[in-house]
Design a protein around this ligand. Structure first.
Ligand code: NAP
Ligand code: GDD
Length: 320
């Protein structure tokens, strides 16, 4: 078989960069879809930029996606592009629905029009479980989203299932629990904490202001999670999978691990700031990835402690 081609939306994001590296290492030709911006934001893919075909298109613009799929003729499309920050989804609920929800339909429609044989991956989210109905959460746990982002992701999830069932397309959803890395955006809590711990250690900052320290998340390493995305598109039949570590920790525990890494007592630096509380919170997430283990042979490799230590170390290196 010749070289496979993949198209990745959201290639400039955390997951897009790790996935592009993985696909290149497997010998794929990789197209990356980026939206037009007055300044380029390619830091995460700078090191592989000459190896990927970057093209401008937008999840808000149907024709641009059709044109791109026609040009790339991909075997696989990974739809990672989204407005992915939960608090912003209350400030821009309509835009979030358009990027994160309707955008999925636009990509599916483009595939249906150009070539129904193209395999499709949708970046679904544990945020869909929201106010959880059961613990741990599995592929059959009912959804109860708690943010406009979560609601948009539920739409994206079900439209993916619907295209699979309506048009016999190979369309999969990965229900991914929180996954982080040294490339995580600065506003997400793990990176905010590891960056602050490093800054305080180096004397560049004096305090860290946070919201809810009691929320619990199932945090894994993004580099592990993109492998699961790829496995989902290599199966005989399309299906949906929970991708998680099966362990959950509070935000406070995250803070403890990060500050311990730099030898500081977090209580001397962390302040609670109401501005970081959410209108509706997701209190607890913990996933059961047995199906992925059994059917995909996928397992997380990096532990929570290793992940946070890796992020603190990278932030120290960058800031030193
Ligand atoms: P991220 O770092 O925020 O990246 C999002 C990407 O989407 C960026 O490349 C962004 O481009 C692009 N994008 C946004 N709006 C777009 C538009 N209108 N047209 C084209 N591209 C657009 O997110 P991530 O952490 O890598 O997550 C990847 C996907 O997985 C997202 O769909 C997210 O919702 C989902 N997810 C993430 C997690 C997690 O814990 N990380 C868990 C479950 C699901 P710019 O660079 O131009 O902003
Ligand atoms: N961002 C942030 N900033 N979160 C804080 C803060 C703070 O100062 N203080 C406490 N938290 C708490 C939030 O209230 C939330 O309960 C938890 O930390 C995690 O917040 P985020 O890191 O912003 O992630 P998220 O869980 O809301 O969403 C991420 O995971 C989803 C999967 O469950 C994003 O990556 C989503 O795109 C993804 O779908």
């Amino acid at each position: 078989m010749g070289k496979k081609t993949a198209l990745v939306t959201g290639i400039t994001g955390q997951d897009g960069s790790y996935l592009a590296e993985l696909l290149l290492s497997k010998g794929y030709k990789v197209y990356g879809m980026v939206r037009r911006s007055s300044t380029e934001k390619f830091e995460r893919i700078e090191h592989i930029r000459d190896q990927v075909e970057i093209r401008q298109a937008d999840l808000l613009d149907q024709l641009s996606i059709i044109d791109l799929i026609e040009e790339a003729q991909p075997d696989e499309v990974y739809n990672l592009g989204a407005q992915s920050f939960v608090p912003t989804s209350w400030v821009q609920p309509v835009l979030t629905a358009e990027f994160t929800g309707i955008g999925v339909t636009k990509v599916l429609e483009a595939i249906r029009l150009v070539n129904k044989k193209i395999k499709f991956y949708q970046a679904s989210s544990s945020e869909m479980f929201g106010r959880v109905i059961e613990t741990p959460q599995t592929e059959t746990t009912p959804f109860y989203p708690r943010s406009p982002y979560g609601v948009a992701k539920v739409y994206g999830h079900y439209i993916t299932v619907n295209y699979r069932e309506s048009y016999d397309m190979y369309a999969c959803s990965g229900i991914l629990f929180n996954h982080e890395s040294p490339r995580r955006g600065m506003e997400f809590v793990t990176r905010k904490v590891t960056d602050a711990a490093a800054r305080i250690k180096l004397g560049l900052s004096k305090e860290l202001r946070l919201g809810n320290l009691d929320a619990k998340r199932d945090w894994g390493f993004a580099g592990d999670y993109v492998e699961a995305m790829w496995h989902m598109l290599q199966q005989k039949e399309p299906d949906d999978f929970v991708i998680a570590t099966g362990r959950t920790h509070t935000v406070q525990r995250l803070v403890e691990v990060a500050f311990e890494r730099v030898g500081l007592n977090w209580k001397e630096y962390v302040q609670i700031d109401k501005k970081f509380l959410r209108p509706a919170e997701v209190d607890l997430l913990v996933g059961d990835c047995s199906k992925a283990k059994n059917q995909l042979g996928w397992e997380p490799k990096v532990s929570f402690e290793e992940l946070i230590q890796m992020m603190v170390d990278e932030d120290l290196k960058r800031l030193s």
